[in-house]
Ligand binder design. Structure first.
Ligand code: NAD
Length: 365
């Protein structure tokens, strides 16, 4: 189990795929190319022991193909453990489309991507991630049934982001209970970094409870919109890690807890939606623990979205979605206590439970 974020220069020195640090025994990696639409995508299928690999599609303007490959591998691996810890019969997969979602996403490109998903005959089931909307999934649905997160009008469970945010809110409450002795978030100082689909819904939950929320994003328009809508403060400083806060909620991209930031991080709890928050799971997980910062493992608390889209496959309704998502509170508290008892990082404690579920299923096969 080794994952790390590495620079492009370092990446080019190692073997391109199987030798990637983040490869970690992926079953299949598919490179998709279409000249006419300009589609360049990578689908990672990490593990299908528990079921078909389900995970969202991210569209991002990566600096290099190496960066895109590393991202998809880290993300799809994370999905394996997210499904396993949440008790879902799903494997881990993810896709990335290389490009700017604002300027390069076209209906033709999304449809072509859907055809590639279809060619995998259900081994990979897609959904939304950064840069994707419910409408994009509806387009993919026109060419393949192997897609979730489609709109309610078209029979789907709709945008998973509010449920993801609710699960993060539950996980954050559990981590607060553990760290502060109470899960009431009123008057807690919370920095939400990334106020996109999930971040905004998290801000809504937090402000409803009376937390003192600061928002951070690279998108000025969104900052303005969310700030006005929920009456929260935009963080105008240059380094949020140096600010004293109760809770840091990373809800943008991954690896924000890294060698540069971890020494400065002045929070008591880390609980957010972003996937792969720790640049290096072991090293940075251990450093957080040594600093006395309670870390709610990302793949555990951001599982609301997958619970929501899984409902489309298993035909369970809203009530069951909410029940399963609220259970993130109990699982998080158990994992935090378990980590303390066994003297391991919280990430490791969650990972071990997920891995043992996969191992047990493999033995049954
Ligand atoms: P989104 O694209 O709607 O929002 C991401 C936001 O982060 C955008 O507003 C963007 O401007 C901002 N951002 C990007 N880089 C930033 C930076 N360096 N600093 C500050 N802000 C930055 O994406 P989303 O659906 O809200 O997902 C957010 C995170 O949660 C992602 O890591 C995603 O993988 C994860 N996640 C999402 C879901 C879901 O249901 N959507 C489920 C599980 C995990």
């Amino acid at each position: 189990m080794i994952t790390d974020i590495v620079s492009t220069n370092e990446l080019t020195k190692i073997d391109p795929v199987f030798g990637q640090l983040s490869f970690d025994n992926h079953e299949q990696v598919v490179f998709c190319n279409d000249k006419d639409t300009g589609l360049k995508a990578i689908i990672g299928i990490h593990n299908t022991v528990l079921g078909p690999a389900l995970g969202g599609t991210r569209m991002w303007k990566y600096n290099s193909e190496w960066e895109a490959l590393n991202d998809v591998l880290r993300l799809s691996r994370g999905m394996t453990f997210k499904a396993a810890i949440t008790g879902l019969n799903l494997g881990g997969g993810k896709a990335v489309i290389i490009g700017d979602a604002k300027t390069e996403k076209t209906p033709e490109l999304m449809t072509k991507f859907g055809e590639f998903v279809h060619s995998l005959s259900g081994r990979y089931i897609t959904a939304e991630d950064v840069g994707m909307e419910t409408a994009d999934m509806d387009l993919v649905r026109t060419v393949t049934p192997f897609v979730t997160g489609i709109s309610e009008e078209k029979g789907g469970a709709g945008n998973p982001s509010p449920i993801t945010a609710y699960g993060v809110f539950m996980g954050m409450k559990a981590a607060s209970k553990y760290a502060f002795g109470t899960d009431i978030l009123e008057d807690r100082t919370i920095y939400v970094e990334g106020i996109g689909n999930v971040g905004e819904a998290l801000v809504e939950n937090l402000t409803n409870e009376g937390a003192k929320v600061y928002i951070v994003d690279i998108n000025q328009e969104r900052l303005q919109y969310v700030s006005e809508k929920y009456n929260v403060e935009i963080y105008n400083g240059s380094n949020l890690f140096a600010e004293e806060m109760d809770i840091y909620a990373p809800c943008a991209l991954g690896a924000t807890i890294n060698d540069d930031t971890i020494h400065q991080l002045n929070a008591k709890v880390v609980a957010g939606a972003a996937n792969n928050q720790l640049a290096n799971e072991q090293k940075h997980g251990m450093m957080l623990s040594q600093k006395g910062i309670v870390y709610a493992p990302d793949f555990l608390i951001n599982a609301g979205g997958i619970i929501n889209v899984y409902a489309e496959l298993e035909n369970y309704g809203r009530h069951e979605i909410i029940r399963k998502t609220e259970n993130i509170y109990n699982t998080t508290l158990e994992i935090l206590q378990n980590a303390e008892t066994n003297d391991v990082t919280t990430h490791q404690a969650a990972f071990d439970i997920a891995q043992s579920r996969i191992d047990a299923r493999k033995k049954e096969k």
